[in-house]
Design a protein around this ligand. Structure first.
Ligand SMILES: [Zn+2]
Length: 429
């Protein structure tokens, strides 16, 4: 397959090749270090050999991988499933004229992703995996600027990729987050069905960023992705205490594509979606929380700029169009049901604003709107909250203070509960 589509990824985990004999899968697993046992990333390096740039990924055991290029901007992506990381960072930039920047981190719960920002789309002369004399397994990617004999290749190369995901069918795991539940093959876990007379309301909490996308970076390398995950977990607790079924789009440090976040909410039939963020501004005096809903035309320039910044997460992480959730279907649905959802989102935002204004410092004009990708669910009322500024010393101090975070979680839970009380009143009154 030229480009492994997103469907492909999902079906790998579900039905495909179910008829494969177990022995065949077992053989694959032996070949890739036992499957369930993670390989260990021991080194990543770049070498210049004339016009060739040699990019090497080294591990103690054989490992599956997938690599592909994306354009606008030009990037080379290498996905390493079930790979542990030992290197703190990737000192790859400035070692080759082809590589401008590099980053890595978890993309999905168990795929380590390396992203190289390229100066131009490259010709991959070869990519090969072999064991060297020291017993290490190397993936060597040789690349150069395209020329007459080597053209740009945007085709994905995969080795052991499918086999790894197929192997997951034979593992049983308890899904922790909503996303991990998505990744659990159907039929593996059969929870006993109990008759329930009371069906709790599902609220989807979305901690922004994650994995190789740190979000806003504050003083002493404090990351937005960690701050919002902590608050999301506290909010989950608060909502559970109020009888809601609160789910997280991610419960650990991995990235979830933006469209995937609201798709998870839809799949779990969430009644509300709350995306949590903490902003950064060049002006360190900028302070306070703010709430956003989706609109085609932004309410103001600042909100438009913020939406562009938040939407850029997928670009930073290298989410390719084949991993986006069925965009064409989404567009059709948007026009049909979005007006109702939009209205509910604004009711939700107002309820939340009221709660927040009595508890924390808000920006002036704290309720705004713009084209945030993560808020594009056609059926789930959605808001995005910037809980404060990582770039402001006071805001940051509060966001790192467990007491303040708990207070925030209580306030957010109250805002959510208020929305449902209002809906109920409207229905009965
Ligand atoms: Zn953010």
């Amino acid at each position: 397959m030229m480009r492994p589509c997103f469907e492909g990824w999902r079906s790998l985990l579900n039905t495909r090749h179910q008829g494969w004999p177990l022995a065949l899968i077992a053989l694959w697993l032996i070949g890739f270090g036992g499957g369930a046992q993670a390989a260990n990333l021991s080194d990543v390096r770049v070498g210049l050999h004339g016009a060739l740039t040699r990019f090497v990924i080294e591990s103690d055991t054989k490992f599956p991988f997938r690599l592909f290029q994306l354009q606008n901007p030009a990037r080379l992506i290498v996905d390493l499933p079930n790979m542990q990381r030992d290197v703190a960072e990737l000192p790859l930039s400035n070692q080759s004229p082809l590589i401008e920047k590099s980053r890595y981190g978890l993309f999905r719960p168990d795929v380590l992703r390396v992203v190289l920002d390229l100066s131009t789309l490259i010709a991959i002369h070869q990519s090969r995996q072999y064991q060297n004399a020291a017993g290490k397994w190397l993936l060597v990617i040789e690349m150069a600027a395209p020329d007459a004999s080597h053209a740009v290749t945007t085709k994905a190369t995969e080795v052991g990729w499918r086999a790894y995901f197929d192997s997951r069918q034979f593992r049983t795991a308890t899904p922790k987050s909503a996303l991990q539940a998505e990744f659990t093959p159907k039929g593996v876990i059969s929870a006993p069905r109990r008759k329930q007379s009371y069906v709790p309301i599902v609220v989807m909490i979305d901690p922004g960023h994650g994995g190789l996308d740190p979000g806003a970076i504050g003083y002493k390398n404090t990351f937005e992705k960690d701050v919002v995950l902590g608050i999301a977990k506290r909010l989950q607790n608060q909502l559970k205490q109020r009888g809601f079924r609160a789910l997280l789009t991610r419960d650990a440090d991995f990235y979830v594509p933006l469209a995937e976040r609201y798709r998870i909410a839809q799949k779990h039939q969430a009644r509300l979606f709350v995306s949590l963020h903490a902003d950064a501004a060049e002006n360190s005096r900028a302070t306070g929380a703010s709430i956003y809903t989706l609109s085609e035309k932004a309410s103001d320039r600042e909100a438009a700029k913020l939406a562009r910044k938040e939407n850029a997460s997928d670009v930073l992480v290298g989410v390719s169009d084949f991993e986006e959730y069925d965009a064409s279907v989404q567009r059709i649905l948007l026009s049909m049901s979005q007006r109702v959802t939009q209205f509910e989102s604004s009711v939700f935002a107002s309820a939340m604003l009221k709660q927040l204004s009595s508890a924390i410092n808000l920006k002036s004009h704290a309720y705004r709107s713009a084209g945030f990708t993560v808020l594009k669910s056609p059926s789930v009322p959605s808001i995005l909250i910037e809980l404060g500024y990582m770039s402001n010393p006071d805001d940051r101090k509060k966001l790192l203070d467990p007491k303040h975070c708990e207070r925030l979680a209580i306030t957010l839970a109250a805002g959510i509960a208020d929305y449902f009380t209002q809906r109920k009143k409207n229905r009965t009154g």
